[in-house]
Design a protein around this ligand. Structure first.
Ligand code: ZN
Length: 379
């Protein structure tokens, strides 16, 4: 219980300070480790921080953790980094294993408790192997539902706003069915700058930055083991591993390989511009000899029922609406912000306890299986 509290910080600066302090701990095992801070975006002092070290004697494999691709989700992600440094570093062999930990891929979003970047871009829809691969049809589903997804003026009365939203949602469901709506969400959109799930028309600085690291690690190590930490998706208070279709194993096989209860596979037709997909694509095209394990790890909040999905939609849409148009009433604004936090970084002891427990299990099964943790050394 006590420990759990220390892993979850209340703001970006505290979280970053804690992360930077991990350098001293890591240097005890990897004396060459360095911390670098990359300034991102227009506002001052938003940085992506990286602690990196090659292996001490031979670069046989690298452990790669990324957090905060979706801004606000980085608060839990930073807790995972902290937990790993505290509890698992001793089990990694620095002689053969490099280490690369990234804090806050989207620092502006993490600072402002938004999921997107300061350009309203969902970074996990912004990774394209080549730009022409964004099909026209991607926007079509979304454009049909523009009344639903696009913000429209100020929120004067939240109750009334929700009522309108449910009417629009009802109409959209009648037209497209449930699948049509979730498809518009998953694929993102590349046309409406102020809309939810915007993937952007240009590459974000954060995207270019992560792509460089993906290439650097794939070109330096024969084995790259990557865990990308997120929140919200999947059953509440449980971890879900999300795997790209580039991993040829079936869900059933993955479940037995990693002993993880919740596993989801997705394809680029479900989700466009995803960063782990990009990682796999680069590996296959440019570094075919390199072994890559790369997956997303999500800590569920609202759950997976239809009711929970509607709550997610409402939360995403209202938060975006308020960002662009503002809210007349202070209490309406607070309600929306609280709901958004409940979706991505709940201030709830049960959830936080579950994150810690699930993280331990996830790290042990994935990094044990992938040979990063010397699991047998004490047996
Ligand atoms: Zn996410």
């Amino acid at each position: 219980m006590e420990k759990t509290g220390t892993y979850f910080k209340s703001n970006y600066e505290e979280s970053r300070k804690t992360f930077r302090n991990h350098l001293d701990t890591i240097k005890l095992k990897w004396p060459q480790a360095v911390l670098s801070s990359e300034v991102i975006g227009q506002e001052d002092d938003n940085t992506i921080d990286v602690i990196y070290s090659p292996a001490v004697t031979s670069n046989q494999q690298v452990l790669f953790f990324t957090t905060g691709e979706h801004g606000i989700e980085g608060h839990a992600g930073a807790g995972v980094l902290h937990l790993f440094v505290d509890e698992y570093l001793d089990q990694v062999d620095p002689e053969t294993t490099g280490i690369c930990l990234i804090h806050a891929l989207n620092p502006w979003g993490m600072r402002h408790f938004r999921r997107v970047t300061e350009n309203n871009i969902d970074l996990n829809r912004n990774y394209f192997y080549n730009q022409s691969s964004v099909a026209e049809e991607v926007n079509r589903n979304y454009a049909k539902e523009r009344d639903l997804f696009l913000p429209n003026g100020k929120i004067n009365d939240l109750k009334e706003e929700k009522r309108k939203l449910y009417i629009e949602l009802g109409k959209a469901l009648a037209r497209e069915g449930y699948g049509g709506i979730t498809k518009a969400k998953g694929m993102g959109q590349f046309e409406f700058r102020r809309g939810v799930y915007f993937g952007g028309n240009d590459e974000e600085e954060s995207t270019a930055f992560l792509k460089e690291w993906q290439k650097k690690l794939l070109s330096t190590y024969p084995r790259v083991i990557h865990m990308d930490w997120h929140t919200a998706l999947g059953p509440a208070n449980e971890m879900t591993m999300v795997v790209s279709e580039h991993d040829s194993r079936e869900e059933k096989e993955l479940k037995s390989d990693y002993q993880i209860k919740n596993i989801k596979k997705f394809t680029p037709t479900d989700v466009k511009g995803d960063s782990t997909n990009h990682f796999h694509k680069v590996q296959q095209e440019l570094y075919p000899e390199t072994y890559l394990f790369s997956a997303l790890f999500e800590f569920g909040t609202f759950g997976t029922s239809k009711k929970a999905e509607l709550r997610e939609f409402t939360t995403m849409i209202l938060e975006n609406h308020m960002y662009w148009g503002g809210a007349e009433q202070e209490e309406d604004a607070q309600w929306i912000l609280d709901e958004f936090q409940a979706m991505f970084y709940p201030d709830d002891a049960n959830w936080r306890e579950a994150v810690v427990k699930e993280t331990r299990a996830g790290i042990e099964s994935v990094l044990g299986r992938e040979g990063i943790l010397a699991v047998n050394q004490f047996k």
